[in-house]
Design a protein around this ligand. Structure first.
Ligand SMILES: [Zn+2]
Ligand SMILES: [Zn+2]
Length: 727
């Protein structure tokens, strides 16, 4: 293992795929677009989506108004391979954080990046160089590097980077559950498991009074329902046109709205869960890291880059084999630590080089995410990465109908670690069964049928086994509230928290076993014998869903799936994903050269054997060449007047602003660069256009210094890279 830790030298990670949706595609649901690209994209586990030209949402966080402070995590890069918990960093308001990050990044680059000839400090650096520096710091350097990361920042408290929907498309803020339910960040993971323990005492048998308390809707929910009704009228309004103010508020690409996008499974979760269906903001710094992890409940995630320096992502496919491959690398690397903390990966505090994955034959790819770009991660796909300077991002989970299979896997996995799930998979499955009108394809409806069959089969066989062993059925004596299957709201989420299996922390949704010896302990049907030493006669079963209810639900789903079957033959959306994706992948605004390259790649793979095909495909991902070309001469620029050093302001069209500045800075390089003349003219016209817009705005143009960058700094732009011998 030791000879593998050689820092960033000769690290060659192939690029993942980039997709270029058209305006029409972008006016639709992101879930539909992702379904379309899935056959290609999911092979890589992560992919980048570059919105069509003209996408430029106003940055909606008001940096000047909020003095509220968020907490940060202190990451020790030189120890980030060890799996230790992150300590607490300072608390910052957003403005101060970004200012600190700009300063830290500038100082580090000045110290570490010297001009080859003059030996003078430089203030610009290429992403490739920073990638090497990062792994040097993590693996071999003796330098200590500490960085504060503003991760998992509550977008409700500090503001989302996107403007809010006026048609009620976001998840209602009034019902948001605080951090504790989620477990994304390092130390919250521990909170989540403690929570299960403390809540157990609040159960068990509800007499009819309590039942009412728990299951009747509160004023809070009534208010919410009312406001949803008033928004009913707005549902008939036409979808806003791409690029308009309204579009940025209502588009489902606005991460606040994605949980309620058409065909989103998470629309049934009416309670806000931070980081799951309510976005989290992420304020990054040079080398602040998001460590290897996959998503809670194996959900999809979508991440948007609002402002600042790029983020480098590494990802592996979400297959069982590859996920297990990463876990194996992780274990062999941290074997001692793993003995104490078996679910260490869930703590998200460990980073290790993608080189280790390559050596273990786990396919890994990378993406550089720039402002204005989305990165999507697929179910179960591990990913990790770091920021190349100050930046602001936002992320949220989502689920499409195909996710159900992964959700089931996640649920099993969590039980094996006794890790509480963020929401009950059984509840969501049965809620889906209760909303069959949402099922659009035979294929996904069939997946749901299979999942129900699996769950019901286990439930019934375990019930029989336990009754046969002497566990009492008390259904006739106690009145338990029926499982509500319309939606997951705050009350039902709270109730679920009170019926966690003492052993595996599974939410006992259909039934549980309890014992006379304890008022609080319950067990899932699998683990009743671990609960206490009492004889089975003292144990009794509480049933929320009867066998008949469950079987009826199953039959309905099954017959609905059959009904969908004949539709399948003509259903384009099901089949198109098989055929149409190549077109989706290659299409875009790239130069003819990159299209030629893609053509060549396709031709060469066509003649290759299947085995080779897989390898080649992974090495040259669709859209990757075009993406690389788009950012050919990009440098992370921290000169005083670069767009990265200037705080973003509320309402600013940030992308426009950033593009204008980076383009201006690039100008001196253009003559010698490899840019095609076609692209050059495109850039110039863009530039001119944005200049005009800015002047018309009368806003950004007041930053006099930025407008003059060209004159002041053009002569200092380095011709030839950076002195790499330094590190
Ligand atoms: Zn259990
Ligand atoms: Zn007992």
């Amino acid at each position: 293992m030791e000879n593998l830790t050689c820092g960033g030298r000769d690290l060659h990670i192939p690029c993942g795929p980039t997709f270029f949706p058209t305006v029409e595609e972008f006016e639709g649901s992101p879930l539909h677009y992702i379904n379309k690209i899935r056959p290609i994209a999911e092979k890589y586990g992560i992919c980048k989506i570059k919105p069509p030209k003209g996408w430029d949402p106003p940055f909606s966080v008001n940096m000047d108004e909020t003095e509220k402070k968020f907490s940060t995590k202190e990451q020790l890069l030189h120890r980030i391979q060890e799996g230790i918990s992150f300590g607490d960093g300072e608390e910052y308001c957003i403005r101060d954080y970004i200012q600190m990050a700009v300063e830290k990044t500038r100082l580090w680059i000045e110290d570490h990046v010297k001009d080859k000839e003059t030996g003078e400090a430089m203030q610009t650096v290429t992403p490739e160089y920073l990638e090497q520096c990062y792994w040097d710091l993590v693996e071999i350097s003796h330098e200590k590097y500490e960085v504060e990361y503003g991760n998992d920042v509550d977008s409700e408290m500090f503001g989302s980077g996107f403007p809010r929907s006026e048609r009620g498309r976001g998840v209602s803020p009034s019902s948001t559950v605080s951090d504790t339910r989620s477990n994304k960040s390092a130390n919250v993971a521990d909170k989540a498991s403690n929570k299960g323990v403390s809540n157990r005492n609040e159960i068990v048998i509800l007499d009819s009074d309590e039942e009412d308390d728990d299951f009747e809707t509160t004023n809070n929910t009534n208010a919410e329902t009312k406001s949803n009704h008033s928004k009913q009228d707005q549902k008939d309004l036409p979808e806003p046109k791409f690029g308009t103010e309204e579009f940025y508020k209502e588009s489902y690409w606005n991460l606040n709205n994605i949980p309620n996008a058409p065909d989103s499974i998470l629309q049934h979760i009416k309670v806000g869960i931070n980081g799951i269906n309510v976005p989290w903001m992420y304020f990054g710094n040079l080398f602040s890291s998001f460590c290897w992890h996959n998503e809670d409940n194996y959900l999809y995630s979508i991440n948007y880059h609002h402002w600042g320096a790029p983020k480098l992502w590494y990802g592996i496919p979400g297959t069982k084999k590859d996920a297990a491959g990463l876990e194996q690398v992780f274990k062999s690397y941290l074997s001692m630590k793993m003995r104490d903390v078996p679910d260490l990966l869930h703590h998200i505090t460990t980073m290790f080089s993608p080189r280790l994955l390559q050596t273990a034959d786990v396919p890994v790819c990378k993406l550089i995410q720039h402002p204005g770009e989305f990165v999507v991660t697929f179910p179960r796909a591990f990913h990790g990465g770091f920021s190349m300077g100050p930046n602001a991002g936002e992320a949220v989970n989502f689920a499409t109908h195909d996710w159900i299979v992964h959700g089931a896997d996640a649920s099993e996995r969590y039980r094996s670690f006794a890790r509480p799930a963020v929401f009950s998979h059984d509840r969501l499955t049965f809620t889906m069964a209760n909303h069959l009108q949402e099922q659009k394809s035979h294929h996904t409806c069939k997946l749901l049928t299979e999942e129900l069959k699996r769950v019901i089969r286990e439930e019934m066989s375990l019930r029989k086994k336990l009754f046969d062993a002497g566990v009492r059925d008390v259904s006739g004596f106690i009145d338990l509230p029926q499982n509500r299957l319309d939606q997951l709201d705050e009350e039902s989420a709270d109730y679920d928290d009170k019926r966690l299996c003492h052993s595996c922390k599974h939410i006992c949704f259909f039934s549980c076993v309890a014992c006379e010896c304890s008022q609080s302990k319950v067990s899932c049907l699998r683990h009743s014998h671990y609960m206490c030493r009492c004889p089975t006669e003292k144990k009794y079963m509480m049933v929320w869903s009867t066998e008949k209810e469950m079987n009826d639900a199953y039959k309905e789903v099954e017959s609905f799936a059959e009904k969908l079957k004949p539709v399948l033959q003509q259903d384009e959306s099901d089949l198109a994903s098989e055929e149409g994706t190549d077109e989706v992948a290659v299409r875009g605004e790239g130069s003819s050269e990159s299209q030629k390259k893609d053509q060549i790649e396709q031709n060469s793979t066509a003649s290759a054997t299947k085995e080779d095909e897989k390898v080649t495909e992974f090495l040259i991902a669709p859209g990757a060449a075009q993406d690389a070309e788009n950012y050919e001469s990009y440098v992370v620029d921290l000169r005083k007047d670069s767009s990265l050093s200037i705080l973003p302001r509320k309402g600013q069209r940030l992308l426009d602003f950033i593009r204008r500045n980076t383009l201006t800075l690039k100008r001196p390089n253009e003559e010698g660069s490899h840019m095609s003349s076609e692209k050059k003219s495109k850039l110039t016209s863009d530039d001119a256009q944005s200049q005009n817009e800015v002047i018309a705005d009368g806003d950004i143009s007041q930053d006099v210094e930025t407008v003059n960058i060209d004159k002041q700094y053009s002569s200092k732009v380095p011709e030839e890279g950076i002195d790499r011998s330094n590190s």
